[in-house]
Design a protein around this ligand. Sequence first.
Ligand code: ATP
Length: 233
Amino acid sequence: MLKVTGLKVAYGGIQAVKGVNFEVHQGELVSLIGANGAGKTTTLKAVTGTQPVAEGTIEYLGRSIRGQGAWDLVKQGLVMVPEGRGTFTRMTIVENLQMGAFIRNDNEIDADIEMVFALFPRLKERRNQLAGTMSGGEQQMLAMGRALMARPKVLLLDEPSMGLSPIMVDKIFEVVNDIHQRGTTVLLVEQNASRALGLANRGYVMDSGEITMTGDAKVLLNDPKVRAAYLGE
Ligand code: ATP
């Protein structure tokens, strides 16, 4: 469904992504793990059209999407939930969800808002609250809900558990699993390697701009090198 080959991205003279290859097949949940600064966010931004690509190919549904802007990609179902969430702070929860559906003109938008409220009852309770006044965990829920409003075929999540309390982390991973079980293909970028690999079908490990390991998520989770580097063992 998504196939990235030889991806290179640079910031000025600094190579942040140095020739990365990965694939996400339809129906999979794939986790991309790695330490701070490994290049995970840069990779997602390049795929979703918010960071220019220096070299490489990016194919989505069998066609090249390299150079296409984020707007066009969202219309095609490739939707990212950015690190730091990026909610519209001066808008209410309901308005943020409506914004997520900006590319749609069907009459099922209200029904989808109810679907998001069913996934995240907390958002329903606070539907008229300004997004900027919500907790970090609530904003993460809202960012995910807003992305779902675009009816993604592939949902790319950038560190959804970052900075959240343990209970909130549980809730976020539960919903990521739920979204996947309902049929959405997911690419999950995380520093929380054990949780991310615990949910995933397959995983990739990224280090200093390169993919250093890949394989079945459970195999990676039990790999001594992964456990030593990313699980503090
Ligand atoms: P984190 O988990 O900390 O977000 P990451 O794996 O997502 O890390 P990136 O954010 O992709 O890593 O960063 C990869 C490298 O690119 C880092 O060395 C970072 O400092 C650098 N970098 C990221 N964004 C920029 C930018 N806008 N300008 C210059 N360098 C950048």
